[in-house]
Design a protein around this ligand. Structure first.
Ligand code: ADP
Ligand code: MG
Length: 208
């Protein structure tokens, strides 16, 4: 049976879709079968997938679902794939619950800003109410910035584990996305590819 990983965060632009597609590409590189499920009406993950289809054999499946259809879709996809990755809209409300409920792990990207940080607790609360495991992933980190230190310090007050792996703020993430690829599929994506593989290894360790 496959495992469902969802990306959730109230704040738009935190990196939900970027993490979803990059984790997917790292997982297929690792030999797993992957299904993507886009529940965001904006359809960014779907646009990425359609771009990918033009460029190559996508190597993974894609479907969309409304909030209420998530349980049914996940049941089906779990039977077909090792990993089901669910992208969600930038809001925390009753519509998010079905996706959280289906998840073995909920990843909450926090781009290094206070706005992201302030938006984080609501999704963690909802995950806790559904008794699901969640973990914060620092995204767009800039190791020597003071803001970054502040955000990391403030995260210490939040009761959710934070993944050791952080993703840096790197142009190659946007470049890869525009080509329908993940950074692990880009040539010369050195550090970005490394951190995404490390992220995947950590995530895999949590759902095994
Ligand atoms: N680590 C990163 N480095 C550089 N740009 C990033 C990174 N993560 C995300 N982005 C860019 O930030 C924007 C928002 O990311 P996205 O994944 O669409 O966020 P969300 O799905 O949470 O709204 C996109 O243009 C994306 O390419
Ligand atoms: Mg998105």
């Amino acid at each position: 049976m496959g495992q469902v990983i969802s990306l959730a965060q109230q704040k738009g632009g935190s990196g939900k879709t970027t993490l979803a597609l990059n984790i997917a590409c790292a997982a297929i590189e690792d030999g797993m079968s992957v299904a993507l499920l886009d529940t965001d009406p904006q359809g960014s993950l779907g646009q990425w997938f359609m771009r990918r289809r033009q460029a190559m054999d996508p190597g993974m499946s894609f479907s969309t679902s409304s909030a209420w259809g998530v349980a049914y879709e996940c049941d089906k996809l779990r039977g077909q794939s090792d990993i089901v990755i669910v992208d969600t809209p930038p809001k925390v409300d009753a519509d998010l619950r079905p996706a959280l409920r289906e998840s073995s792990l909920i990843l909450v990207p926090v781009a290094s800003s206070h706005l992201d940080l302030w938006a984080t607790e609501s999704v963690l609360d909802l995950a806790a109410r559904e008794k699901r495991r969640s973990a914060i992933v620092l995204n767009r980190s800039a190791p020597r910035a003071r803001l970054m230190d502040e955000v990391v310090a403030a995260l210490g007050d939040i009761e959710a584990p934070r993944l050791v792996t952080m993703l840096g703020n790197r142009v190659v993430y946007a470049e890869a996305t525009g080509q329908g690829r993940g950074v692990v599929e880009m040539t010369r994506a050195g550090k970005a590819a490394e951190e995404v593989r490390a992220l995947w290894a950590e995530v895999r360790g949590m759902i095994d």
